[in-house]
Write a protein that binds this ligand. Structure first.
Ligand SMILES: [Fe+2]
Length: 486
C-alpha cells in the first residue's frame, strides 16, 4: 500500500497509492459506480419493487415517492428522475415558516446595485476564516456564504459561488436547496454527508454534487477535522453537470465515468422526534418541522442521485510536442448554458502532471478570455506565483471576462530561458478553476464582510518583470529604421 496517511500531499496520482478500493481508507461507505448510469440500491432485501415503480402496497409497508430533476417528458438523454421507497412520504410534515438565520446567502444577481457589484480588476481572497468553536457553533446552515453570482434561480438561469466555513455538524436538521444543484469542493476537514440515498464521505480534493430538491445533512468528522471544515460550492440553475465530450481523445481520459461514485441505500434508525428541514428558495431560508427523520429511504432507483469524485483520479492530457494546450483540456465537469458555444460553467482541475513541451513558453500564455475565471487552491504552497496564482489554500482569486492577466513572477520569467526537459509540475498541490461565460456580481460578504479580500494582491512592480523587449531589440530597431518608422 502507498502512503495514504499523507494522501493529500504525497500522491502524484491516485494510482501511486496502490489502493484496491475505489475510495480512500478513511471512507467507511460503499458506493455504486458510473456517471450517468441508472442505479438502484436497497437497504434490506426485497424493498425495491421489480418490474414496476408504484405497487398497490409496497414491500414492508413502505411508500413510493418519485423525485424528478427534469420535466416528465424530457428527451431520454436529459431525463433525470428516481423512485424512492420510504417509511413516510416527504409530504408528511408540519408547518413551514420563513426564517432568517443567514443573511449572507443571496440568489438574485440580475443587475449591479448597492449590494452586489462587479469586480473589474483582478482580486484575490486570503483563506476564508473558519469560525472558532469557542465563539459559538456554526454548522452548514449558517456557515454558508455567497461570494457572487449571475442570474437568478426563479428563471432557471445562472449560477452562484459560495463558501462554507463551519465548526459543527448539523443536528436534528436537514438542508434542501430548492434553487439549484450544489457542487461541493471539500478543502479542509472531513465531511460525512447523509443524503436520502445513503452516505457520502468527502475529503479534501474530493467533489460532490447534490442536486436540486434533494435533502442532506452535513456533519464534520471531528477526529479528522481539528480545524473545522471549509470548502467551495458552485450552485447552478437550470442546467446539470455533464462530463465533457472527449472528441479526438477517444473513449477514455480526463474524468472517467467509472470513477464517479454514488451512495448505497441506508436509513437513519438512530434519531427520533423533532426534525427541521431547512430549505433555500430564492436565497431565502424556510423551515419545515416534522417528527420523523427525512433519511428513511429503504430502497431507491433512478439517475437523479448525488455523487462524488476524487480529483486525484483525473487523467491529465496535454501536448507532447509544442505549445501550451488551452485549459479546457483540464475540464472535469461542464454545465451547459442555453448558448451552445459558451458553457455556464466548466469545472477544471490542475494537479500533479508532466510538462514535456519543447521550444515552448510552458506557463500559461498571457490572455484575455471571454470566460470569467475563479481559481482556488485545495492544497499546496501558500501565496506563490504571479497574478493568477497569488493565493493560498482555502482562498481564491477572480478575473472577470476579458480582464488581461497571466503570470508575472520570477519563475515565469525564468521559463523563457529554461532548458526544455521533461519535468513534473504541480507536485503536492491541487487547484481548481471555474470558467464561466458569466462575469459575476459579488456580494457584500465577498467584498467586505468576509474580511479576507485582498484587492491588490500583487505589487505593480511585478509587472515590471515584463519590460518592452521589442523596443530594445537591435534587429527590430534596425528594421523599423529601414521602414522609416523610427
Ligand atoms: Fe487565466
Amino acid at each position: 500500500m502507498g502512503d495514504f496517511g499523507h494522501f493529500n500531499t504525497r500522491v502524484f496520482h491516485w494510482m501511486d497509492a496502490r489502493s484496491k478500493k475505489s475510495t480512500r481508507p478513511e471512507d467507511p461507505y460503499n458506493y455504486l459506480t458510473g456517471f450517468g448510469n441508472e442505479h438502484q440500491s436497497e437497504f434490506i432485501p426485497g424493498a425495491l419493487p421489480i418490474g414496476q415503480n408504484s405497487p398497490q402496497i409496497c414491500a414492508y409497508g413502505l411508500y413510493a415517492e418519485q423525485i424528478t430533476g427534469s420535466s416528465f417528458a424530457a428527451p431520454r438523454s436529459g431525463s433525470m428522475r428516481n423512485f424512492v421507497y420510504r417509511r413516510r412520504p416527504a409530504c408528511v410534515h408540519g408547518a413551514t415558516t420563513k426564517i432568517k438565520t443567514n443573511t449572507s446567502v443571496t440568489a438574485a444577481f440580475m443587475n449591479a446595485s448597492g449590494n452586489i457589484q462587479n469586480i473589474p480588476a483582478q482580486v484575490s481572497w486570503s483563506p476564508f476564516i473558519i469560525p472558532d468553536k469557542a465563539d459559538g457553533a456554526v454548522d452548514f446552515v449558517n456557515g454558508l456564504h455567497t461570494l457572487g453570482g449571475s442570474g437568478q434561480p426563479s428563471v432557471r438561469e445562472g449560477l452562484a459561488y459560495h463558501i462554507f466555513a463551519i465548526n459543527s455538524s448539523m443536528q436534528g436538521k436537514a438542508f434542501v436547496n430548492m434553487d439549484g444543484d450544489f457542487l461541493f469542493v471539500a478543502q479542509e476537514g472531513h465531511l460525512d454527508i447523509t443524503t436520502e440515498f445513503g452516505h457520502i464521505y468527502l475529503q479534501p480534493s474530493e467533489i460532490c454534487v447534490i442536486q436540486q430538491g434533494l435533502r442532506f445533512k452535513l456533519e464534520i468528522n471531528e477526529a479528522k477535522s481539528p480545524s473545522g471544515a471549509r470548502g467551495y460550492i458552485i450552485e447552478t440553475w437550470g442546467t446539470k453537470w455533464e462530463l465533457p465530450e472527449l472528441g479526438p481523445l477517444g473513449g477514455y481520459g480526463l474524468a472517467n465515468s467509472r470513477d464517479f461514485l454514488f451512495p448505497t441505500a441506508d436509513i437513519d434508525t438512530r434519531t427520533t422526534g423533532a426534525w427541521n428541514i431547512i430549505s433555500k428558495q430564492g436565497g431565502e431560508y424556510y423551515n419545515t418541522s416534522q417528527n420523523h427523520t427525512p433519511f428513511d429511504v429503504v430502497a431507491w432507483h433512478g439517475n437523479y442521485i448525488p455523487y462524488k469524485y476524487d480529483l486525484s483520479k483525473f487523467v491529465y492530457h496535454n501536448t507532447v510536442s509544442v505549445d501550451h494546450t488551452d485549459p479546457c483540456i483540464n475540464t472535469v465537469l461542464t454545465a451547459k448554458s442555453r448558448d451552445p458555444h459558451a458553457p455556464l460553467c466548466d469545472f477544471l482541475v490542475f494537479g500533479p502532471r508532466w510538462d514535456v513541451a519543447e521550444h515552448t513558453f510552458r506557463p500559461p500564455y498571457f490572455h484575455r478570455n471571454c470566460a470569467s475565471e475563479f481559481l482556488a487552491r485545495i492544497y499546496g504552497p501558500e501565496g506563490t506565483g504571479g497574478r493568477s496564482e497569488v493565493f493560498s489554500p482555502g482562498g481564491a482569486s477572480y478575473e472577470a471576462g476579458f480582464t488581461p492577466h497571466g503570470n508575472a513572477d520570477e519563475r515565469t520569467v525564468g521559463a523563457m530561458h529554461a532548458k526544455m526537459k521533461a519535468m513534473r509540475v504541480g507536485e503536492n498541490q491541487l487547484t481548481f478553476m471555474l470558467e464561466s461565460c458569466r462575469s459575476l456580481l459579488f456580494t457584500e460578504w465577498a467584498l467586505k464582510d468576509c474580511g479576507v479580500l485582498v484587492a491588490e494582491d500583487i505589487p505593480e512592480s511585478a509587472w515590471d518583470l515584463l519590460p518592452d523587449r521589442f523596443g530594445q531589440n537591435e534587429e527590430a530597431i534596425r528594421l523599423l529604421k529601414e521602414m522609416g518608422r523610427m
